[in-house]
Design a protein around this ligand. Structure first.
Ligand SMILES: [Zn+2]
Ligand SMILES: [Zn+2]
Length: 343
């Protein structure tokens, strides 16, 4: 029984190229109680490997989070298999609009402690007891309701470049922090207000809504499929778009423009700008907002210090990094004292 990849990424790429196969990039997630994630993991690997499915999948006691590439000709069989698993029957599949046959080159199914890193150690809370899911149309209605409190469940660098009109955007670096801050700030309104929340693709709200219900909030709603699906529905059904600016995404594109509004500023000169970059100094790699002029003037760096380091020959840079090997792995997104115009 083969439970792991036997082909390297390069061999796989060559095979896909040769076969000229059309592949679909798909993502889905589901919170469910999985008793033995290891057995479930092996079952998925064996079945999906036979269907030539590739991707990155996390399985935990709390559910599954999957990003996949499926040969178009095997899609029906893949869907049938999903439907044969009780908690995955009719699960909502997000199919990427832009197809990329090489989006994944291996099948990796990993058992994790959680499918979303949430920092919670609360065994009494049931993540499947979630809030009411609403689509774009109902969401548009709800967020105009004076009894609604609209909360952005993402981190500061995500909501900075784009968010829904009138949303509360907590100034947080982690999901855990936003859970706490929102609970504190809204503790007076557990019964009288509608707590409506959204995130990028829905998975964070799924957990947050269950958490707030557990904490005593009576009317909890979440945007189904997040900003990504909201945008699709707005286009398909010709609804009013109430999202301003860009949606931050976690792949090489960094963001998708949703409306023409530019709601953030260049962190270096302060003029309107919503382009995220990473500092060109590899040892820094800070994520921040930089306009084209500042990029040219600063050689794509966040500070004069980084500009100096970046101008050194590569070997010199390596020497400087020695002994500080992990410095660019430190989680620092969008915050640094060198950024004058970071609000
Ligand atoms: Zn600038
Ligand atoms: Zn830098």
């Amino acid at each position: 029984m083969q439970l792991y990849n036997t082909l390297s990424a390069r061999e796989r790429a060559a095979l896909i190229e040769e076969a000229g196969q059309e592949r679909l990039t798909i993502s889905f997630y589901k919170y469910a109680h999985i008793g033995n994630p290891k057995i479930f993991r092996n079952h998925l690997f064996i079945t999906w490997n036979e269907l030539d499915v590739l991707g990155r999948i996390y399985v935990a006691n709390e559910g599954i989070n999957a990003q996949l590439s499926v040969p178009a000709e095997n899609f029906e069989a893949f869907k049938e298999h999903l439907d044969s698993i009780s908690f995955l029957e009719n699960v909502r599949l997000n199919i990427a609009i832009e197809q990329d046959n090489m989006s994944f080159l291996k099948l990796k199914v990993k058992v994790r402690h959680k499918i979303v890193a949430d920092g919670l150690n609360d065994a009494t809370f049931d993540v499947t007891n979630k809030g009411v899911h609403v689509g774009a149309e109902k969401f548009n209605e709800l967020i105009e309701d004076p009894d609604t409190i609209l909360v952005d469940m993402r981190n500061h660098y995500e909501s900075e470049i784009g968010h829904f009109k009138n949303a509360i955007t907590p100034d947080v670096d982690t999901f855990r922090d936003s859970l706490d801050i929102i609970e504190q700030d809204l503790s007076e309104h557990k019964e009288d207000k509608k707590l409506v929340m959204y995130c990028t693709g829905g998975i964070r709200c799924e957990k947050a809504s269950a958490y707030y219900k557990h904490k005593g909030f009576k009317q909890v709603y979440q945007l189904e499929g997040g900003i990504i699906d909201y945008t699709r529905q707005v286009q398909n059904k010709n609804l009013e778009n109430k999202f301003l600016g860009k949606n931050f995404v976690f792949d090489h594109r960094r963001s998708e423009r949703i409306s023409d509004d530019i709601i953030s500023n260049c962190h270096q000169c302060g003029k309107p700008c919503d382009t995220h970059v990473n500092c060109a100094n590899e040892a820094c790699h800070l994520l921040f907002i930089q306009c084209d002029e500042c990029a040219a003037q600063m050689d794509n760096c966040c500070s004069d210090d980084c500009k100096k380091v970046n101008a050194l020959p590569y070997e010199e840079q390596k020497k400087l990094r020695k002994g500080k090997g992990a410095s660019n792995k430190i989680f620092k997104k969008g915050r640094s004292e060198v950024l004058k115009f970071k609000q």
